[in-house]
Design a protein. Structure first.
Length: 105
């Protein structure tokens, strides 16, 4: 959440948050923040391993009418995330890969 909040503050673009599950109290929404229907959204994650959570969050965002085709991450651990997300219709863009950090560039 902190990374998405920092990006929102820096860019002036709104951020929304996808919960792992609906809470039984409060708004009981799976997605908190601005209305997303018809809006282009990029999913932001600090580290991507297999992309499983991004895939689940993307399904929730799309179900609520969001247009999602990109995911952004600081570190791609290169353990299948790019391929798995591609199958979900997402392009993963990373700042660093595991190979970059291991000095294998």
């Amino acid at each position: 959440m902190c990374l998405a909040a920092a990006l929102a503050l820096r860019t002036g673009l709104p951020a929304v948050y996808v919960r792992l599950e609906r809470k039984a109290y409060g708004t009981a929404k799976i997605i908190e923040g601005v209305a997303i229907r018809g809006r282009r959204i990029a999913v932001v994650e600090d580290v991507v391993t297999t992309g499983g959570q991004i895939t689940l969050s993307t399904m929730d965002l799309r179900q609520e009418g969001g247009i999602v085709d990109h995911a952004l991450t600081v570190i791609d651990r290169q353990l299948g995330g790019v391929e798995n997300l591609r199958r979900s219709g997402l392009e993963l863009r990373s700042v660093f890969t595991a190979a970059d950090l291991a000095g294998e560039v």
